[in-house]
Structure formats: structure tokens, C-alpha cells
Design a protein around this ligand. Structure first.
Ligand code: AVI
Length: 323
């Protein structure tokens, strides 16, 4: 395997300034918010890995089982894939499982993630497979997709892999925009493999996002720890409580941090000085859950046609072709 890095990393100062601005903007919205992409500092990423091992959060395990069982069927519906792009590769394990059944030819794999640690981990895992060239893009999904669109000259089919129900963390407008960027990068005839969590009974969803061990609570509260450490905030973490809510009309799980008392919070780098009422909350994440019909509509209106779908335990893997 050979490995290249493209798209220069953001210098630390610039990304901290962007974090400070995003926090200032989001915390002064009504309702108050914090962007979920900031949940994943080093500890946050470890806590998310721990969540994936909990009995109540089955997304990662079910998807891995689907990939393992159906990788051959997935590849049998594709024609001579020469380029694979994974958005948010995590540890690389999912792509490893898929590519183990994969094309019998040289393949270029593009990994797109904002985290250099995730990129290194995934590239190292993929090193076990022969005939791969791995290009790591330390970038947002949009920036990575445009870089790949500019550089992609290979003959053969391109496949974008977007797993883990990561798409569920985008609101509907963001989802359509991202699917359209994926379509533009793929071009006609390219394929998308999308992993999505499906709507299930509320009690199951609440356990998945508010687990009895408190790991998801720690994952959520760690966002305040990060703001304190990186931006000079003075959140009293013990004065906020994790809350998970099923918003049925919007078809999404929401995570919030609820103020336990009336309190003042300052964040130096964001230049904000706020007063929270008791019970006032910060909305930190949405995780959209889908019905099969929603997936077809969403993919259809962004230029894709569904060519295969595999389901297990309230989770769907959908293969779609760019028309
Ligand atoms: C990464 N993402 C798809 C997870 C989700 O289900 O929205 C993050 C997560 N939040 C709470 N538990 C897991």
C-alpha cells in the first residue's frame, strides 16, 4: 500500500479562531446551540468508540455485520470500481470489511476526515490489504470532495462510502447539499453506499442516546470541558445535565445540555458573557432517523437511483447510482 497526504492541515491558530467564532455564534442563538462536530476531540473520540461498544447503541455493530454479510452482493452490483472515497473513515474497520470482498484490481482509496489521528489510524488498518493506494485528505467532507473531483482522472467506476449514519448528523438542507456534492464528485455512473439508522421505538432510541452507564452523557458534557480548555471558558460542568429527546415530528434524536441552575458563563476567546436560566438548554446534536421511503426520496431528489438495499436490526445499507 502507498500513502499520500493532501489538503494541508489547518494551522492550529486558525482552527481555534474558527472554533471560538462558531461557539460565540451558536451559544447566542435561540435556542442556544453548540455544533456537534466539536464533540470529537481526543477524549470525545474515545468516548464515541466506547458508545459503539455499548449494548444499547447498535449502529456500528449492526452496520459491521451487514457489511460482512453483504460485501460480495454489493460488489456484484458495481462495475470495475477503481476509486473508493470514504467520508469519515473512523478506524478504517468498515472499509476493510467491504474491501476484503472488493475489486480484483488496483484501487485508489481517498479518506476524508478533519482528524489527522483518524486518518492515520484508518490508513494503517488499510495497509493490511494489497493493491491499494491511499490518499488522506485532512479536510471537511465538502473540501475533500472538491479536491478529489479536481484530481480524479482514473478510469473505472468511483464509489463513495458514507457509513455509520453520519449523514444523520446533518439537517435536511445540509444533507441535500452534501449528497449533491457527492453526486458532483462521482459523476454519472458513480455509486454511493450509505449507512443509515432507521426509525425505531422511542424507548430503544432513548436508551441508545442516554445509556445507563452514562457514557453518552460524558460524551456530551465533554464538549463543555473542551470549550473550557481550548477557549478559556468557565462552564461549571457539574451544573449541566445531559438530556436525550426523541423529536418525532422532525424524526430525530436530539442531545441537549440542560442548566441545573441560574448561572453565568464566560468564554474568553469567544468574547461572550452569558446568563443561563435554570432549565435552559444547549442543543448539541441531532441524529436523524429514517424510514425506507425517506431514503429513496432523499436520494432521488439529489440525483441518485437506489440499486440495492440491505437491512438488519433497524439499520439500512443502501447502494445508489448517480444518474
Ligand atoms: C457519529 N454519529 C452518527 C453518532 C449519532 O448516532 O448521531 C454520534 C452519537 N451521538 C450520541 N451517540 C452517538
Amino acid at each position: 500500500m502507498s500513502m499520500r497526504h493532501s489538503v494541508a492541515p489547518d494551522p492550529g491558530e486558525a482552527s481555534r479562531a474558527a472554533f471560538a467564532d462558531d461557539v460565540a455564534h451558536a451559544l447566542t442563538q435561540n435556542p442556544r446551540q453548540l455544533p456537534c462536530r466539536y464533540l470529537y476531540d481526543e477524549l470525545g473520540s474515545l468516548l464515541f468508540e466506547a458508545i459503539c461498544r455499548l449494548p444499547w447503541y447498535r449502529v456500528a455493530r449492526t452496520e459491521q455485520s451487514l457489511l460482512h454479510t453483504h460485501a460480495d452482493a454489493i460488489f456484484s452490483r458495481l462495475q470495475c470500481v477503481s476509486t473508493v472515497v470514504e467520508l469519515g473513515p473512523g478506524s478504517g474497520e468498515k472499509l476493510m470489511t467491504l474491501l476484503a470482498a472488493g475489486p480484483d484490481r488496483d484501487v485508489t482509496v481517498h479518506l476524508v476526515d478533519v482528524s489527522p489521528a483518524a486518518l492515520d489510524g484508518a490508513a494503517n488498518a488499510l495497509a493490511a490489504l494489497p493493491s491499494l493506494t491511499v490518499v488522506a485528505h485532512e479536510a471537511t467532507y465538502e473540501a475533500g470532495l472538491s479536491a478529489i473531483a479536481r484530481s480524479h482522472h482514473a478510469t473505472g467506476q468511483a464509489l463513495v462510502v458514507f457509513l455509520g449514519s453520519n449523514i444523520g448528523n446533518f439537517d435536511p438542507t445540509g444533507t441535500d447539499a452534501l449528497l449533491r456534492s457527492i453526486h458532483a464528485t462521482l459523476g454519472r455512473g458513480g455509486a454511493l453506499l450509505l449507512g443509515t439508522d432507521l426509525v425505531k421505538p422511542e424507548a430503544e432510541l432513548l436508551l441508545a442516546y442516554d445509556d445507563p452507564l452514562g457514557v453518552t452523557a460524558a460524551f456530551n458534557l465533554n464538549l463543555l470541558v473542551r470549550v473550557n480548555r481550548e477557549l478559556g471558558g468557565d462552564f461549571d460542568v457539574s451544573q449541566f445535565a445531559h438530556r436525550a429527546v426523541w423529536n418525532a415530528p422532525a424524526s430525530r434524536m436530539e442531545m441537549h445540555l440542560v442548566s441545573r441552575s441560574r448561572q453565568r458563563v464566560r468564554v474568553r476567546e469567544s468574547r461572550i458573557d452569558l446568563t443561563f436560566d435554570a432549565g435552559e438548554s444547549i442543543w448539541t446534536e441531532s441524529s436523524y432517523k429514517y424510514r425506507v421511503g425517506d431514503l429513496e426520496l432523499m436520494l432521488g431528489r439529489t440525483g441518485f437511483q437506489v440499486t440495492g438495499q440491505w437491512q438488519e436490526d433497524g439499520f439500512a445499507l443502501t447502494l445508489a447510482e448517480a444518474g
